[in-house]
Design a protein around this ligand. Structure first.
Ligand code: CA
Length: 291
């Protein structure tokens, strides 16, 4: 039997005790990376507002890191967010030294126009990192079960009616994000709250991780292995990106405090995850001992 991928082992850590083992998808980060590596034009979206003007720190860092990696391997990259998440996305890109070009959905009514505009560019992929996906009743819901529809634009509509030929990737950690429609069957068995928040929005590749940013870093790690070059950010950059997101108005999605944490975990924990992933990538690229 093949050994489990050690990158999967890291992504499957469940610091929030959300029971992600029940809907974790082994091999999905690698499969998403392989698909993206074959793509040409990638549209990335992110941003989860837990209250009015309160976009959380999980999502934009992962999106910026994955977007940079895709740009470095020659893909055309477009970032699309709503007005609430725009300051965080821009701050994350700036902190990484990336071009700050972000398409912003000004209001819910503009989504069809945005969809047509994106379709004109014939994207090969749409990627969502920690982006609300509607539940069966059409509402976006927080992990607590509250409706957050008022504060999040309908960017999941891009995935429900995707541009022709585009493959879709969803990265999430809670069950309420774009892509979790793939594991809805599992979520429905996890109790009343999970059932209430479970998204119906499906994707071609669903990447589950203990923290959504980690899922995006996991896909970036696999892209690095495929490209045989390190594409991940450094632990120092991780600190800088998350801090920049907070300075731009971001809050922790769990504590809802305006502080440099992600999903209730301190920067040191996220920096450690980045270091671990970098070490695994380094070993795989050098052809070190198989694990
Ligand atoms: Ca999260």
């Amino acid at each position: 039997m093949a050994s489990p991928d050690p990158i999967d082992g890291l992504l499957a850590l469940d610091p929030g005790a959300r029971g992600i083992g029940k809907f974790y998808r082994p091999g999905a980060a690698r499969a998403a990376a392989r698909s993206l590596a074959r793509g040409k034009r990638v549209v990335l979206t992110t941003g989860f507002a837990v209250g009015p003007g309160l976009a959380e720190t999980d999502g934009p860092p992962g999106t910026a890191v994955l977007g940079r990696a895709l740009r470095l391997v020659g893909k055309s990259v477009t970032y699309v967010v709503d007005d609430v998440a725009a300051p965080l996305m821009e701050a994350a890109l700036k902190a990484l030294g990336e071009p700050v070009e972000v398409l912003v959905l000004p209001d819910a009514g503009a989504v069809e126009g945005l969809r047509r505009r994106l379709a004109r560019d014939r994207p090969s992929h749409l990627v969502a990192v920690e982006r609300p996906g509607r539940a069966a009743d059409g509402e976006y819901r927080s992990a607590r079960g509250d409706s957050v529809t008022a504060w999040n634009g309908p960017l999941d509509a891009l995935f429900l009616s995707r541009p022709r030929g585009a493959r879709t990737v969803g990265i999430g950690d809670g069950g309420n994000e774009i892509g979790m429609g793939n594991v809805r069957r599992h979520l429905l068995r996890q109790g009343r709250l999970a059932k209430k928040i479970a998204s119906v929005v499906r994707v071609d590749h669903l990447v589950v991780a203990g923290v959504s940013n980690w899922g995006a870093y996991g896909v970036t790690a696999h892209l690095s292995v495929l490209a045989k070059r390190p594409l991940l950010h450094t632990a120092e950059e991780e600190r800088r990106i998350v801090t920049a997101c907070v300075d731009a108005g971001g809050v922790d999605g769990i504590t809802r405090r305006r502080e440099a944490t992600v999903d209730g975990l301190p920067l040191s924990a996220h920096a450690a995850m980045v270091e671990l992933l970098r070490a695994l990538v380094d070993r795989k690229i050098r052809g070190g001992p198989r694990s």
